[in-house]
Design a protein around this ligand. Sequence first.
Ligand code: F6P
Length: 319
Amino acid sequence: MRTIGVLTSGGDAPGMNAAIRAVVRYGIYNDINVLGIKKGYRGLIDNDMEKMDLSSVADIIHRGGTTLGTARCEKFMTKEGFNEALETIKYRDIDGLVVIGGDGSFRGAKELSEAGVKTIGIPGTIDNDLAYTEYTIGFSTALETILDAVTKIRDTSSSHERTIIIEVMGRNCGDLALYSGLAGGAEMVLIPEAKIDIENIAEKITSGMARGKKHSIILLAEGAGDAYDIRDKINKFIDIPIRCTVLGYIQRGGTPVSYDRLLGSRMGAQAVKCLIEGNNNVVLGTKDGKIFHMDIEKALNMKKKFDSEAFELTKILSI
Ligand code: F6P
């Protein structure tokens, strides 16, 4: 390994900068040239990259977002774009590539690895929707951000004795809603992994009000429906004012919590180590506090297990 490239792709996630920093510094420590590729796969197509040195990654470990920039690059999905990316990799003498991103980014990494490029994937997405790993970089920070919002919304909901639906991100995965719901003491959690019964939701709100509950907080995953639409459906059963808050992009920003910085730092170093040791075409994951690597294709074919225990517990604790 003489030269490696690092890129961040897809939705940004807090902790990506810690991973970039670790790739760069661990690479330089091992006498490897590290190229920082700009705006995800777009930078590979456009040959937009720069040689990183120790100070290129100074003062970024605590910053949200990604200093390399990111994109969801449609052109990379075309034959033409993909070939242009391959040309750049050859032209730049890139021996190995570290891709920090989520599911879509890993599919791109898999294509590249099939074309002979040695790739390593680092899971970076707030969604925590990758089946093979317990945690992705950014999930813990997003969870804290949501929890902070839930705590604030709880104050005003109690004061007004209101029902509120809080819609959170996560694409097709309910983890952000489920764990913020459990940790935030929500009355209900609506996620794509479990069937939604509107009549039952209405009944729960009514019985809660009857026993003197001051509010009903409903955590809704974006993949399970639209907050306003669900409000209207509930209102067909009970005529009470229901407010909606869609948290949106606030969930993706902010200073990474310690866990995401640690995960980013460890995985960044591990990615370079994998390339040096010849463990190519793998993605990194975490299990029981340890970092492991797994074949990229195998990882992408796994189906995420639903944490039904956490879901049931949320229900029990909100009776
Ligand atoms: O994958 C991260 C994520 O924030 C999802 O939770 C969300 O559905 C999506 O990205 C939003 O994507 P965009 O930034 O393209 O609007």
